[in-house]
Design a protein around this ligand. Structure first.
Ligand code: PLP
Length: 415
């Protein structure tokens, strides 16, 4: 029996956790807020809000440049946050942790720096059919620039990667595999360990988009054995505008800078510039200092709860929600993979998701409707959009009950 199976939902004190999130305690349209839009962004615990507040109130200064007290404090807090990130994803070195704006920027960094400098026309980037636009469009831009090709591994009707097809598409021209760890639109947990193994046996490096994994699953980049891992702070209870690209030091070392400017240089003359060491080579300009510090506070918070406890609790919530929603006539769940993270994406017979979302909002229930920045996923299931409830560790079974009642009200209204 693994650790997850021995954990119970009662191992997490959800009432106490909810008290840590001021944003959860408000009324919307006169009803208590039921926040089920966590895949889009998460609410922030007081620890994160206070870390941001502290930085701007008392430590506000630029990093790496000053000898004065405030700058030293800001630099220390910023670099301490890097150490927190390192532990959170079990990286071996701080210099492998690059602060970026989010997953989108991390993938663009790899496309612009790693891929553009190494790939040539005809080289293939292999993704899956369930990717977020952030893991599609940067590769299309690259194709336009240097003539690489985007190859897409299919997904099944339940929203799982067809592994044999993936393996078949891994060919002599594959130069990079870039895949989501967890799908934002369907909740599918991808077999990333197997994906990496198959790619590496052919000498192909792997980038994992961990935007939807970091908030829900233990991420261990050494165990995954991937080459790049990207995630966003705001989806893991931290601030917006900050995220992480982790890369193997030997790869990052050989990559050209992504942007030029202050902090990424060692020396500049008009004739020649030499670049700074990792990770600063990839952190041009004043970084989002407060954001990084807030992200450190968020990851500390999640670590204190225990990510395995979070996963176990969310599994129970998902199982509960799946059963409840499946019992509603006229509702079809989109994304029914056997390994799923806490996402309930669905369509209602004869009702447009935007209408459903609007009615749910009037009951204080925040869900997302639309294509979830994954239009090819919608095309795969031949639907324009879904309504998506995405859960976090502060959600409760009562909130899922409220969602189910809300859906029934929507159906009555549009009958
Ligand atoms: N990848 C996945 C799977 C996502 O769900 C998202 C955001 O929803 C992104 C990438 C992009 O993240 P961000 O907008 O924070 O850069």
């Amino acid at each position: 029996m693994n650790t997850l199976e021995t954990l119970k939902s009662t191992d997490l004190d959800v009432s106490a956790i909810r008290r840590d999130f001021p944003g959860l305690h408000q009324s919307v349209h006169g009803k208590p807020l039921v926040y089920l839009d966590n895949a889009a962004t998460t609410q922030k615990p007081t620890a994160v809000i206070e870390a941001l507040d502290r930085f701007y109130r008392t430590d506000c200064s630029n990093v790496h440049r000053g000898v004065h007290e405030l700058s030293e404090r800001a630099t220390k807090a910023f670099e301490d946050a890097r150490v927190v990130v390192k532990h959170f994803i079990n990286a071996s070195r701080e210099r492998e942790i690059v602060f970026v704006r989010g997953t989108t920027e991390a993938i663009n960094l790899v496309a612009s720096s790693y891929a553009r400098s190494r790939m040539k026309a005809g080289d293939e980037i292999l993704i899956s059919a369930l990717e977020h636009h952030s893991n599609i469009v940067p590769w299309q831009l690259l194709s336009e620039q240097i003539g690489t090709r985007l190859v897409v591994a299919p997904i099944s009707d339940s929203g799982e990667l067809v592994l044999e097809e993936f393996e078949r598409l891994l060919g002599p021209k594959t130069a990079l595999v870039s895949m989501a760890h967890v799908s934002n639109a369907l909740g599918t947990v991808m077999p990333v360990r197997e994906i990496v193994r198959l790619a590496h046996t052919r000498g192909v490096p792997v980038l994992i988009d961990g935007a939807q994994a970091a908030p829900h699953l233990a991420v261990d980049v050494r165990e995954l054995d991937c080459d790049f891992y990207a995630f966003s702070g705001h989806k893991v209870f931290g601030p917006t505008g900050i995220g992480v690209l982790w890369g193997r030091a030997d790869l990052l070392e050989r990559m050209p800078p992504y942007q030029g400017g202050g902090d990424m240089i060692r020396s500049v003359t008009f004739e020649k510039t030499t670049y700074n060491d990792l990770p600063y080579k990839f952190e041009a300009g004043t970084p989002h200092i407060a954001g990084a510090i807030g992200l450190g506070a968020a990851l500390d918070y999640v670590s204190q709860l225990g990510i395995d406890r979070v996963t176990a609790y969310e599994r129970e919530l998902l199982a509960y929600g799946t059963e409840l929603l499946r019992a509603i006539p006229g509702l079809r769940l989109i994304g029914t993979a056997s390994e799923k993270s806490a996402v309930l994406s669905f369509v209602l017979d004869g009702i447009h998701p935007h209408d459903a979302g609007t009615v749910l909002d009037r009951s204080g229930i925040a869900v997302r409707t639309g294509h979830h920045c994954a239009q090819p996923v919608m095309a795969r299931f031949d639907i324009p959009a879904t309504t998506r409830a995405s859960l976090a560790f502060y959600n409760t079974k009562e909130e899922i009950d409220a969602l189910a009642s809300g859906i029934r009200r929507v159906q009555e209204l549009f009958r």
